[in-house]
Design a protein around this ligand. Structure first.
Ligand code: GLU
Length: 444
């Protein structure tokens, strides 16, 4: 470990104890930027490393709501406003029992880097609650969203902090949250993104993260004289990101072999058809966690995609740390060519190190899944100018942004054994951009 890495680890141990996910995300970045940091004395002079580790602020609040039986339920809500030197805080809201401060700090930290890579003026933030929407009625979810917004509204604004969706927060929840914001403030403004296109949302926002992952993959393969067509693709997850990544893969002529949820993996030996994808989407919309009930493909209960089929491309699109060391060993043994992250930090530290060691194509989440937040940026532009753009226009812009992100990832790195180290390149590019703005702002 270098002196810088040592210093970062000590600072994390002291200032952010019991925050494993946060330590993992930070150390990964500082492993990659250590050499750049050493070469630029101004970074040390301005104490950029330590300043970058400390979020601007974390708001934590009680969320009380009535369930359908009339019982009062109590949850914890947060908004981590991480860094706003590149623009107003921007990042999703996640409702899941796994949400805690460590998870939100890691997501907020990653978001600063991801948003920097988009080239749009957006700072980084993340929010959420430890609320479990599974098994809850629509009215319960609505009351929870309203109770969450009852506190959040005083901390956000179209030029202050612009939340969006994340796990378990989609257009329906954004509608409830936004509706309550409008009611509380009497202002109809671009304070949330991921709204329905009927009331200020952007066409293509729902598809953006999943499509963006495949656009990034295409650029990455092209830079290495390969293409998506005909490739065998393993996808994990069955949420919005996974299913739109699958849709784009099928459109591009690839074979999607798997989708999964917490119950197991559904395998399509010859590749999923567009019709099968549509039937899964309908099932998922009607019943939460219904992948086991689908009538197409074969069901592998309790199994992950990584052990259920062999593919050259892996797109983990479920959640953090879903691919562990054993899974990665299996992927590499089965001749993995490229992995792009649809989820945020889906690789454990061990899996990450193995992938780097194997010198395979690796699109890190902060680059590969930045299409979602990029189209959120486009939604803000549309709201600010009172415009509404077509799906074609947004999709063309998304594809251009993903190509630019790809190029930014390789702007500061050279090929190693014939392959660009995208993860290192993404970290260096975003770090430099953030550090330069922080130094220009002076001590704050
Ligand atoms: N939650 C998404 C992400 O991880 C989108 C955030 C946004 O659109 O602000 O990037």
């Amino acid at each position: 470990m270098s002196k810088l890495q040592d210093h970062i680890q000590n600072t994390l141990d002291q200032s952010h104890p019991h925050s494993d996910e946060y330590h993992q995300a930070v150390m990964e970045v500082f492993d990659d930027v250590a050499s750049v940091y050493r070469k630029e004395p101004a970074y040390r002079r301005w104490n950029i490393a330590e300043r970058m580790l400390e979020p601007d602020r974390i708001v934590r609040f009680r969320v009380c709501w009535d369930d359908d039986k009339g019982n009062i339920q109590v949850n914890r809500g947060w908004r981590v406003q991480f860094n706003n030197v590149l623009g107003a805080y921007k990042g999703g809201i996640r409702f899941d029992p796994s949400v805690n401060e460590s998870v939100l700090k890691f997501l907020g930290f990653e978001q600063c880097f991801k948003n920097a890579l988009t080239g749009l003026p957006m700072g980084g933030g993340k929010g959420g609650a430890d609320f479990d929407p599974k098994g809850r009625s629509e009215r319960e979810i609505m009351r929870f969203c309203q109770a969450y917004m009852q506190e959040l509204y005083r901390h956000i604004g179209p030029n202050v902090d612009v939340p969006a969706g994340d796990i378990n927060v989609g257009p329906r929840e954004i509608g409830f949250l936004y509706g309550h914001y409008v009611k509380l403030t009497n202002r109809w403004e671009g304070v949330l993104t991921g709204k329905s296109p009927g009331f200020g949302g952007s066409c293509g926002r729902t598809e953006a993260t999943g499509y963006g992952v495949v656009y990034f993959l295409k650029n990455m393969l092209k830079a290495h004289d390969q293409s998506v067509e005909g490739q065998r693709v393993l996808i994990s997850g069955a949420g919005t990101v996974a299913l739109y990544a699958a849709e784009k893969c099928i459109q591009e002529g690839a074979k999607v072999l798997t989708v999964s949820d917490s119950g197991g993996t559904r395998v399509f030996r010859e590749g999923m058809t567009a019709k099968e994808l549509a039937s899964i989407r309908t099932l998922k919309l009607e019943k939460h966690g219904a992948l086991a009930d689908a009538s197409c493909g074969t069901w592998h209960p309790g199994k992950t995609p990584w052990v259920s089929a062999k593919g050259a491309i892996a797109l983990p699109c479920a959640t953090q740390n879903e691919v562990d060391g054993n899974a990665m060993k299996r992927l590499i043994k089965n001749n993995l060519v490229a992995l792009c992250e649809g989820a945020n930090m889906p690789l454990t530290q061990e899996a990450h190190d193995q992938l780097i060691e194997a010198n395979l194509l690796y699109g890190p989440g902060k680059a590969a899944n930045a299409g979602g937040v990029a189209v959120s940026g486009l939604e803000r532009s549309q709201n600010a100018s009172l415009q509404s753009w077509s799906m074609d226009k947004v999709d063309t812009m998304l594809s251009g942004i993903m190509a630019d992100i790809h190029d930014r990832c390789i702007a500061h790195v050279k090929r190693r054994n014939g392959i660009y180290p995208y993860s290192k390149g993404a970290n260096i590019y975003a770090f430099k951009k953030l550090a330069e703005a922080m130094m220009a702002y002076g001590v704050k």
